[in-house]
Design a protein around this ligand. Structure first.
Ligand code: 5AD
Ligand code: SF4
Ligand code: FES
Length: 364
């Protein structure tokens, strides 16, 4: 038996062994992907869940060094989608049987914003008969805010740790109170305490990042016992501080391949979590999302943001689906998922099985 298969069979996921798996090539690389596909089939099947993505606002109080909509980037217009348009997008998702939506936004904690989201959640719940799974992705908030939003109808929350190593985290964020690693980690724990289905993730191929960092990211997910993950390649953006390191980055093809490996290894390690085939993977490889589905991912996020706002939400370069209306992305994805051997689970929320195991609750 190869060393890769041996590690997987014995579930001997030490940091060193994960580094080995992350760098395996040839036959061993193929074996990892086959194992991931096998485990996916056994634990979550070939169903692919849609989460309609609404990019609510690009107004952000933070200044992350990698992100195109950081506060100090003055080169784009700031927007927020008006309430009627968000509700329409949610209704569209509901009528088309998407099962879930994700509302994502730059991070703000002011009272106006918190109230807006609370009211929005209540109205979406009303307009869709409480049948949609609602995920929020709006950064770090207080326990009170998280719990208000949960009360108002949110079921899940995505908060990427971005880099689970504190030292790397501080290299890709400004060194101030607003960008505290401990606060971010604490926010993740609060979400779990409040019974959210909790998702996190990292970027792959960041400047200063090593395979050891990535191996430890996988162990971090496992130790925290997360329910969902979204991982994708880091893609440089000209209007950001990290752009100066663009010549030190791994080639894009390698960043993509390593992201794929992270998806496969997480599926092998955590078996019944939900894993997204992310848009950033599609950016670096035209078949990126399909490839991710084949090796472990089971969630896709078709974009439902009204097209007129999309130019404003460019977190990184060459983001796809900038001009495609919701309907076009839907038929495009149907064809692509079909080709990848997946089956779209219409009219199902697709809550992560792991959440029920972790909390002892039963699926609705
Ligand atoms: N490349 C890839 N992903 C990025 N994100 C932000 N900027 C970039 C970038 N340049 C990701 C972060 C964030 C999510 C919304 O988008 O991981 O959590
Ligand atoms: Fe704001 Fe999120 Fe971008 Fe950071 S990654 S600048 S918090 S939108
Ligand atoms: Fe948007 Fe293919 S998913 S065009």
């Amino acid at each position: 038996m190869s060393r890769a298969l041996d590690i997987i069979k014995n579930e001997d996921f030490t940091s060193d062994n994960l580094v080995y798996l992350l760098s395996a090539e040839g036959d061993e690389r193929k074996q990892i992907y086959e194992k991931a596909a096998e485990i996916k089939d056994r634990y979550v099947g070939n169903k692919v869940y849609f989460r309609g993505l609404i990019e609510f606002s690009n107004i952000c109080a933070k200044n992350c060094f990698y992100c195109g909509i950081r506060r100090d980037n003055g080169t784009m217009e700031r927007y927020y989608v008006n309430r009627q348009e968000v509700i329409q997008a949610a209704e569209y998702a509901w009528k088309e049987g998407y099962g879930s939506i994700v509302i994502q936004s730059g991070e703000r904690t002011d009272k106006w914003f918190v109230d807006q989201i609370t009211e929005l959640l209540q109205q979406i719940e009303k307009a869709t008969n409480k049948e949609l799974g609602i995920t929020l992705s709006m950064g770090e908030q207080s326990e009170e805010t998280f719990s208000r939003w949960k009360e108002a109808g949110a079921d899940r929350y995505l908060l990427r740790i971005e880099a689970s190593s504190k030292e790397l985290y501080h290299k890709i964020h400004p060194n101030d109170k607003l960008h505290s690693y401990d606060k971010r980690l604490n926010a993740l724990k609060l979400l779990q305490k409040l019974d959210y289905q909790t998702g996190t993730g990292v970027m792959v191929g960041l400047p200063f990042q090593t395979l050891e960092h990535l191996a430890n990211d996988l162990l971090f997910f496992k130790n925290l016992d997360i329910d969902m993950a979204g991982m994708g390649p880091y893609i440089e953006h000209e209007q950001t501080p990290l752009y100066q390191y663009k010549d030190q980055l791994m080639p894009k093809k390698m960043r993509f391949e390593l992201s794929l490996r992270m998806v496969a290894l997480l599926r092998i390690m955590m078996k019944d979590v939900n894993i997204a085939a992310t848009t950033a993977m599609q950016t670096l490889d035209d078949m990126g999302r399909e490839k991710a589905l084949k090796v472990g991912a089971n969630v896709i996020m078709p974009n439902l943001t009204p097209v007129k706002y999309r130019e404003g939400y460019l977190l990184y370069e060459d983001k796809p689906c900038i001009d495609e209306e919701a309907e076009e992305c839907k038929s495009c994805l149907e064809a692509r998922i079909h080709l990848a051997g997946g089956e779209i689970a219409y009219n199902e929320q697709g809550n992560p099985k792991h959440y029920y195991k972790r909390t002892g609750k039963t699926d609705k």
